[in-house]
Design a protein around this ligand. Structure first.
Ligand SMILES: [Zn+2]
Length: 95
């Protein structure tokens, strides 16, 4: 029985490291290129899919404040998703 614990312990430790350390940093997170409907300026939005209850509720839509004109608008973040980030002002998801 002791042998099983010796095998299980490192698996549990590795599992915790992946969930709490690796996933928030290197896990599934996306960048979307959004265009503000108010001022028509383009900015990048960094987000983690399904991170919170509100993101599950709104699904693909996020209410965001434009970094240029500070007007709140609803954006579809999945349809505007991009892979590489270019030097465009970025705002981080607080949800
Ligand atoms: Zn704007």
């Amino acid at each position: 029985m002791v042998d099983i614990l010796y095998i299980l312990y490192p698996i549990v430790v590795i599992g915790f490291v992946i969930i709490f350390l690796l996933l928030p940093r290197y896990g599934p997170h996306y960048t979307s290129r959004l265009t503000c409907p108010n001022c028509k300026k383009i900015f990048n939005f960094h987000w983690i899919p399904g991170a919170t209850f509100t993101s599950l509720l709104y699904r693909n839509n996020r209410k965001l404040k434009c970094p240029y004109c500070h007007v709140k608008s609803t954006f579809n973040v999945t349809s505007t998703r991009i892979r590489k980030t270019k030097k465009i002002p970025k705002i981080k998801s607080k949800t």
